[in-house]
Design a protein around this ligand. Structure first.
Ligand code: FES
Ligand code: MG
Length: 589
């Protein structure tokens, strides 16, 4: 069967008369699992399946099954599948934090795609960083690539109520602190929130990043929201396998899809779905690896005014199954498209424009996806702040509750401005040790500050900024306080924290010099956040130096610290940005 339209890079390995000795060596070992030299030399594209699932990546484990349907699709379309493992990333379990693995998995995939006879690749995504790491690598290598999401778990239920991934944990730990539930009940809630295979069923970082992949145009239409156990998921895997072969034949590469318009649309979609604050660094990182410049001001300029359209936890009520039935990402994008809010005349992996992909995708469930002109909330995009504590931090405004607004943002003459007394913690150990210390005298006029939680300080940047108040306050009904930090917070958290602060304390950002008892002034009118101390006092504190950070515990931690940038610019491995398009250069023998 000859469907060949061009010479593939794999032929440099398998069909290279100038290096017949090497070709013999390359070919022979693939035979030991039954593949024949004729297949490998038939001029068909070799399609990699980047396998992110394993026993220690439970959120992505469904891909071990889905890969079978991907292979069926690849074969039927005339390709040859070669599945290989990725470095695992499991958000909830990896210590010191899964964030440190995004760049490691990225680097590993770049090496595989560059150094092996692979012509195109299916990226199997799911848990938070498994999506951006693979898209960053695909952008770097720039061979044909398509995303297959694993899909969220089924909706969780307990006592007649929806219980969502992560969100249930944040709620449960407050109930535990308040003495309303015991440990057993807490574990029961956690188990109920995870009823099946799949990734988090809330609009946490996993659902967000898969939605973003689809919004960028890197997956088939409707791919991201299909729950992992649904029959449509296997069908999508089959169609994705078929499509990547066509993409290989036509040489459709990430560089044709991942342009500035696509990333601006990603910012818009992220706001409309109430996406995770982690999307900030991942979107920036993917853009930079694709050679696209995103400015920090783009978040305000293109994202902030976008309304919240999706009623899904943590910003809203529902979970993944209902979102999928309501039409998923294309139905949200359809709303935005009708209002001219997208740059949809752009190419996608379907071979069509985004506008063509979205045709006829209006939702039929207005409880889940709201009309643009009557949204769930106005101005839902990230709010960008700066001041003497940091040059850049974001706040997720879609989760600001009416109570938060009432308590902090509505004083007459001081609308959208509040001042709080800082309680400063050096890392999460310090927070846990001291949060219930009565000597700190924490009340509702305090802001909880955490530092040493950024990419270099932690290392990796930790999801610790959504700190809960002391138990005594929770017992009095004060369930949250304003928080601020150079770390991240879980995408499933509903805290309106000020986070991703860059530069971080560990590299001498302003957070290094704040002290407990300082007043912090947050002004959402002008987008500022400052500690109110004199220049002399600041100079004195700078002379005292920055708080120490823990030593690296592994070689990768040291290498990561030596190569990583700040969260404002995506926490990229900076030196990697020089290597875009390396799949077009064949690896040396
Ligand atoms: Fe893996 Fe949420 S912990 S998807
Ligand atoms: Mg997370």
């Amino acid at each position: 069967m000859s469907t060949q339209s061009r010479r593939y890079r794999s032929q440099d390995w398998f069909d290279n008369p100038d290096h017949i000795d090497m070709t013999a060596l390359y070919l022979e070992r693939f035979m030991n699992y039954g593949i024949t030299p004729e297949e490998l030399r038939s001029g068909r594209p070799i399609i990699g399946i980047a396998q992110s699932g394993s026993d220690i990546s439970p959120c992505n484990r469904i891909h071990l099954e889905l890969a079978k349907r991907v292979r069926d699709g690849i074969r039927d379309a005339g390709g040859i599948a070669m599945e290989f493992p990725l470095h695992p990333i499991f958000e909830n379990c990896r210590r010191p934090t899964a964030a440190i693995d995004r760049n490691l998995a990225y680097m590993g995939l770049v090496e595989i795609l560059h150094g092996y006879p692979i012509d195109a690749v299916v990226l199997t995504t799911g848990c938070d960083k498994t999506t951006p790491s693979q898209l960053m690598a695909a952008a770097t290598v720039d061979i044909p690539a398509i995303v297959l999401s694993g899909g969220p778990m089924l909706d969780g239920w307990l006592d007649g109520e929806l219980v969502g991934s992560g969100s249930a944990i944040w709620k449960g730990r407050k109930q535990l602190a308040a003495g309303k539930i015991d440990n057993e009940k807490f574990l029961e809630i956690a188990a109920a929130s995870a009823p099946s295979a799949g990734h988090c069923n809330t609009m946490g970082t996993a659902s967000t990043m898969n939605a973003i992949a689809e919004a960028l145009g890197m997956s088939l239409t409707g791919c991201s929201a299909i729950p992992a156990p649904y029959r449509e998921r296997g069908q999508m895997a089959y169609e994705t396998g078929k499509r990547i072969v066509e993409m290989a034949k036509l040489d459709i590469r990430p560089s044709q899809v991942l342009n500035r318009d696509a990333f601006l649309d990603a910012i818009v979609v992220n706001a409309a779905i109430g996406g995770s604050t982690n999307a900030q660094q991942h979107i920036v990182a993917m853009a930079r690896h694709a050679g696209v410049e995103l400015k920090s001001s783009d978040w305000m300029e293109y994202g902030h005014k976008v309304p919240l359209l999706l009623n899904m936890q943590p910003s809203g009520k529902f979970l993944g199954e209902r979102f999928h039935r309501a039409g998923g990402v294309p139905a949200v994008m359809w709303e935005l498209e009708q209002q001219g809010k997208l740059r949809s005349n752009r190419f996608t992996v379907t071979g069509k424009t985004m506008a063509e992909n979205l045709a006829g995708r209006e939702t039929n469930d207005r409880e889940v996806i709201y009309p643009f002109n009557a949204p769930l909330k106005e101005d839902a995009g990230f709010f960008v702040l700066k001041g003497n504590l940091f040059d850049f931090a974001i706040m997720k405004t879609s989760v600001i509750s009416p109570e938060f607004h009432q308590r902090y943002l509505s004083a007459p003459g001081q609308e959208n401005i509040f001042e709080s007394r800082a309680i400063v913690f050096d890392g999460s150990g310090d927070y846990h040790d001291r949060i219930n210390d009565p000597a700190l005298n924490i009340d509702e006029n305090c802001i909880l500050v955490i530092r040493g939680a950024g990419p270099i300080g932690w290392p990796g940047s930790a999801e610790v900024v959504n700190m809960q108040p002391p138990d005594a306050l929770i017992k009095r009904g004060i369930n949250w306080l304003p928080t601020l930090g150079d770390g991240r917070q879980s995408g499933t958290s509903d805290s309106p924290s000020i986070l991703n602060a860059s530069p971080e304390s560990a590299v001498g950002g302003g957070l290094a010099y704040i002290r407990t008892g300082d007043t912090v002034r947050v002004d959402l009118n002008e987008g500022s956040c400052n500690m109110l101390i004199s220049d002399e006092e600041l100079a004195k504190r700078k002379a005292e130096g920055i708080p120490p950070v823990p030593a690296s515990q592994t070689p990768w931690q040291q290498l990561y610290r030596a190569t990583v940038g700040q969260m404002e610019t995506g926490a990229c491995m900076e030196l990697a940005l020089e290597y875009r398009g390396v799949g077009q250069t064949l690896a040396r023998h």
